[in-house]
Structures are given as C-alpha cells and as structure tokens.
Design a protein around this ligand. Structure first.
Ligand code: IPM
Ligand code: MG
Length: 354
C-alpha cells in the first residue's frame, strides 16, 4: 500500500521521538512492501519562531492532503508568556479542530516488564490493568465561550463547558464500538451531581447505550474516578469522558504504568485520517537523544491499525516493543540490571526485532 504521512515534529524532544517512529515505519514499509511518503507540517513553538503562527495554514493543508498525521509534542518555556491564541498549544488545539478529531483514544495498560516502576502498591499492581480512555476532543471547556471582563470584584476570567447532545452521542458511539471489541464494559465519567453539562452527558450516553444492549454502562463521578483509578485500576475497561476530565484522568492513568513515556494515543474523526501522538509533552529540559520514543512508536502502531488497517504490521511493532522492554530501558524507566539506552539505541533495538 502507498500512504502519505504528515509529520509534525514539534518542540523539545518532539523531533527525536518522531524521527524514531519514522525509522520504525520505514522498517515496516520495507518488511511488508508498503510505500510510506513523509511530508513536514510545522506546528508549535518552532512554527511561531519561523512563521509567526503556531499553526500555519500550509501545515493544515499538508495534514488534510495526507492519509494520517504523526505528531511529537509541542510547547516550551520560551513561548510560555504568549497570549492564549499565540501559544504552541493553540496549534495543537487548532489542528484537532481543523481535522475534526473529536475522538481521542488513549490506551493505558500496565506492561508487566516495568510493573516495578509503577507508583502503586505491589498488591494493586499484581492485578494488572488494561484500559482505554475515550476522551471527547473538540468540545467542552477547551473550546467553549471564554473571556476576560470587569466583574463586581474587579477583573474576572471565564471559560465555559458546553456540550451538545450530538457531540456526546458521537463520542459515546466510538466508546461503545471499542467496548464491543473488548470486554463490553464502559465507565462514563462526569460530574452530574453538580454540572448541567454532565447531566446531559449522562442522559445522552444512556440514549446511545440502548443501541448496545450487550455492553454494560456504569456512571462514575470524576472525583471518585480519580480515587478508583489509584485504588483499583483493574476495574476499568473502556472509559468515556469529556475533554477536560479525559485530559486529567489520562495523565493519572498513564502515571500508574510507571512512565508517561510509554503511552500512545490516536485522535480520530469519521474518516480514516487520524492524528497519532504520544500523550506526554515536549519535555524541553530533557536534552537530546535521551527521551523514551516508545509512546510515539506505539502511536505509529496505532496509525497502522486505525488509519491503514494494517493489523499484522501494528502487532509486529507492539511485539517488538514488548520484547525490547524486557532488558532495555531509556532513563525514565531504567532500573538496576537493565541496559540504559539512548533514544536511537532503543529505537534500533526495536527495529531489529521487527
Ligand atoms: C494533551 C495535552 C494537551 C491537552 C495540551 C498540550 C493542550 O495536555 O494532549 O493531553 O490539554 O489536550
Ligand atoms: Mg494532557
């Protein structure tokens, strides 16, 4: 198959980890006789420096003309004092919106090889966990009405959480479809005891649930969910939640695995054009060739599976990662007795195992 992949290197460790994933994709292309062509789409801080815009229109066009997009991470101290719409993060939010990527899929599973790195107690980790967080990505407070105004007590700022039934129903369908292919169990996370938007969320989720009688749905308040994730993550299978709750809980879930450097994500719309990125940030202080590229490599595997329907190729990458993780670690996961690897060393080991 011929596929065109847009690359958003981003800032900080972004270029290192994207280069690593590209090498892995090239190995897959060679082994399975595919042809992948890569095309740059600058975004984030580097795009601000070069073009004065965190998301140049040309980059959006490159992404729209591709079969999928691979993204490193954006942001850094250098751009921290810019106003909201001029920050690197505005590029990320802009590309999600421009490509209508409303469904963010964030798997968080414990790799038994690195279970000793989990901050959880041993008796909790022993049960393992394997969940998929389905986060709504183009609505809610991230994109609601906002502003700064003069209030009774002086200057005040506001952001609004607003969800339409249609937005909730379409993310619900994505979650139910995923649940059907897994253990047929969904936890919908909201704050329906306080928020009107959460009450509509809950109603709409249960409307969609009627079309999936084979899937069980359980509602949970977000504060309780945070506690349950720490006390017993093994109780979760598919989680569906709003943009902001999903942002917060997916960081929490990823930390339970031992390193945020392991977790990939896919952002999808109703076409096969998806955006794939690690869930971690640009770690600008980390230095060169030391970052863990596995989250990005696994994001590339998700791209193979979700956008290109290359199930065998995706599994090949995942198996290689599993194998390499047994004895080799980047600094974030290193422990006594394991080989300490740089970004390129661990990437080469993964490639050797494909
Ligand atoms: C994420 C990140 C982004 C988000 C930031 C960088 C805008 O935290 O992808 O989880 O909040 O969505
Ligand atoms: Mg986040």
């Amino acid at each position: 198959m011929n596929k065109k992949i847009a690359l958003i290197y981003g800032d900080g460790i972004g270029p290192d980890i994207v280069k690593a994933a590209v090498k892995v994709l090239e190995r897959i292309a060679e082994k399975y006789r595919h042809k992948f062509t890569f095309c740059d789409a600058p975004m984030g801080g580097n795009a601000i420096d070069e073009y004065g815009d965190p998301l140049p229109k040309k980059s959006v066009d490159v992404c729209l003309a591709s079969d999928s997009v691979l993204l490193g991470a954006v942001g850094g101290k250098k751009w921290d004092n810019l106003s909201g719409s001029k920050r690197p993060e505005a590029g990320l939010l802009g590309i999600r919106k421009a490509l209508k990527l409303y469904a963010n899929i964030r798997p968080a599973k414990l790799f038994p090889q690195v279970a000793d790195r989990s901050p959880l107690r041993k008796d909790i980790v022993e049960n393992g966990f394997d969940m998929v967080i389905v986060r709504e990505l183009t609505g809610g407070i991230y994109f609601g009405e906002r502003g700064i105004r003069q209030g009774k007590l002086g200057r005040e700022a506001y952001d609004t959480e607003c969800y339409s039934e249609i937005e909730i129903e379409r993310i619900a369908r994505v979650a139910f479809e995923i649940a059907r292919k897994r253990n047929k169990k969904i936890t919908s996370i909201d704050k329906a005891n306080v928020l009107e938007s959460s009450r509509l969320w809950r109603y709409a989720i249960h409307e969609v649930a009627q079309d999936y009688p084979d899937v069980t749905v359980n509602d949970m308040f977000v504060d309780n969910a945070a506690m349950q994730l720490v006390k017993d993550p093994s109780q979760f299978d598919v989680i569906v939640t709003s943009n902001m709750f999903g942002d917060i809980l997916s960081d929490l879930a990823s930390a339970l695995t031992g390193s945020i450097g392991l977790l990939p994500s896919a952002s999808l719309n109703d076409t096969t054009l998806g955006l794939y990125e690690p869930i971690h940030g640009s770690a600008p202080d980390l230095g060169e060739n030391v970052a863990n590229p596995i989250a990005t490599i696994l994001s590339a595997a998700m791209m193979l599976r979700y956008s290109f329907d290359m199930t065998e190729e995706a599994a090949d990458v995942e198996k290689a990662v599993d194998k390499v993780l047994c004895d080799n670690r980047t600094q974030d996961l290193w422990s006594e007795g394991k080989r300490l690897c740089s970004t390129s060393e661990i990437t080469d080991l993964i490639i050797k195992n494909i």
